[in-house]
Design a protein around this ligand. Structure first.
Ligand SMILES: [Zn+2]
Length: 446
């Protein structure tokens, strides 16, 4: 495909978004070969690994050849940082103009470099997201993602500007207090909020405490999310309270802006001209049949500095079969099963903290805030769930027992519920400041 711009933004991207699978596969092959060639020349991290696996650049000519390359893990980047401080040997010898870092849940932040070109392409891919999710010129889009080393606040802003939306960069609650965020959204007639599901729900709580009617006093039409898993329960809560359509996207600092939900909201379309997504058997790293669950492995085709090439996301998903009603031919993946790192085994049963949201949905007296603590008493694992009562709601032992029953149904595990006062849990979780809210604590002895 001879597009004027190799990785077009929306709406020009429509052509590639509806290209035939053969055209896409061809494009992927050419781009993969070029990626491997330049990474071999300039990125020791990859060259050393490929050499060790007996791979030379000439071995990679088509998209199918990707199977020859070794899969890398998060720990490989961590090892590289330890051996080659401070930036590791995976950044490559490119004219980088910017560094962002992934939030280190298990240690130090991991830096990733961006060339001017890398940055511009990610901005264009963000514009595809916003366009598919209904953002247009004339929209007033308030970005309530944090502007930090974590990439999302900046790239979301750039993508929205490209579409001609007016960006209101208030950032997270730690730079613009939530009360002021709400007032700006109201007074300036904001039509789109872009932020984490946790914070957008928190803003609903704050607006209600201030006495606003969420559906009457605001011009909001949509909310756009990423960087934190949005459960369907959270989506329903956001849509029900704000009276909007809420959209989710999967991406990260390492990968950039690889996917988007379209108006059909039935999985994430993969920007297949810019990424190769593979769903593999976790043990053998062989592709699993379509429709079957496997571990997600991502290759970013366009990035010059610090590209991820067969990067194991360490989370499970499936390719969704069949055509999408929107007419795009980009394949779709399911929602990721819940970052595997957030999953804990409790009494031998896998437990995903987000499953608590399904139970909370049935109790209007409670807010959506929660924190789960896993501990051990004797030989027995114990689970405690702290939740928060809504301002003005009556909640006592009846609600506590009802929540415990709902939790049992949702998770098959027995938990003790603890009811806290309005605002108490949100404060201690740092909902206003955090990129991702950690809702689980594991206090069991190792
Ligand atoms: Zn679609």
């Amino acid at each position: 495909m001879a597009a004027a711009v190799p990785y077009p933004g929306a709406p020009e991207s429509r052509e590639v978004e509806t290209a035939t699978p053969d055209v896409i596969r061809q494009l992927q092959g050419e781009r993969l070969a070029a990626l491997v060639r330049r990474s071999w020349d300039r990125i020791p991290f990859y060259r050393d690994r490929w050499k060790a696996s007996g791979i030379a650049p000439d071995d990679i000519r088509t998209a199918d050849d990707i199977l020859k390359l070794p899969v890398i893990r998060k720990s490989d980047f961590e090892d590289s940082l330890r051996l080659h401080p401070p930036f590791g040997d995976y950044q490559g010898d490119f004219p980088a103009v910017r560094v962002q870092a992934s939030s280190g849940t298990s240690g130090n932040p991991k830096p990733f470099f961006f060339t001017r070109n890398d940055w511009d392409i990610i901005a264009r891919l963000w514009s595809r997201r916003f366009h598919a999710q209904g953002v247009r010129e004339g929209d007033i889009l308030q970005v309530v993602f944090a502007y930090t080393l974590f990439i999302v606040g900046f790239t979301a802003s750039e993508g929205a500007m490209r579409l001609g939306a007016l960006v209101v960069p208030t950032g997270s609650g730690s730079v613009t207090p939530s009360e002021r965020q709400v007032k700006i959204a109201r007074d300036w007639g904001v039509t789109v909020l872009a932020g984490t599901p946790s914070y957008v729900l928190h803003l609903a709580d704050v607006a209600e405490v201030q006495g606003f009617d969420l559906r009457k006093d605001f011009r909001l039409r949509r909310t756009i999310h990423t960087s934190e898993t949005m459960t369907e329960a959270a989506r329903r809560a956001i849509e029900g309270r704000w009276g909007v359509s809420a959209y989710d996207n999967f991406g990260s600092v390492e990968t950039g802006s690889p996917t988007f939900e379209c108006e059909e909201r039935n999985g994430y379309h993969v920007n297949e001209d810019a990424y190769i997504f593979e769903v593999l058997d976790p043990a053998t790293h062989e592709p699993v049949p379509p429709g079957q669950e496997g571990v997600l492995v991502v290759t970013c085709l366009f990035k010059e500095a610090a590209p991820v090439i067969r990067y194991n996301i360490e989370d499970l998903c499936t390719f969704i079969e069949g055509e999408c009603g929107c007419g795009r031919t980009f394949r779709r993946i399911s929602k990721l099963r819940g970052r595997l790192s957030d999953m804990v085994k409790v009494s031998g049963i896998p437990f995903y903290p987000t499953s608590v949201e399904t139970a909370l949905e049935r109790l209007p007296q409670l807010t959506r805030e929660y924190r789960v603590t896993v501990d051990r008493a004797g030989q027995q694992d114990t689970l405690t769930v702290e939740v928060e009562v809504r301002p003005g709601a009556e909640a006592g032992d009846g609600i506590k027992r009802q929540l415990e029953r709902e939790l049992k149904v949702a998770t098959n595990l027995t938990m003790e519920a603890v009811l806290l006062s309005p605002g108490e849990l949100g404060r201690s979780l740092g909902v206003e400041n955090r990129i991702k809210v950690r809702r689980i604590r594991d206090k069991r002895p190792a």
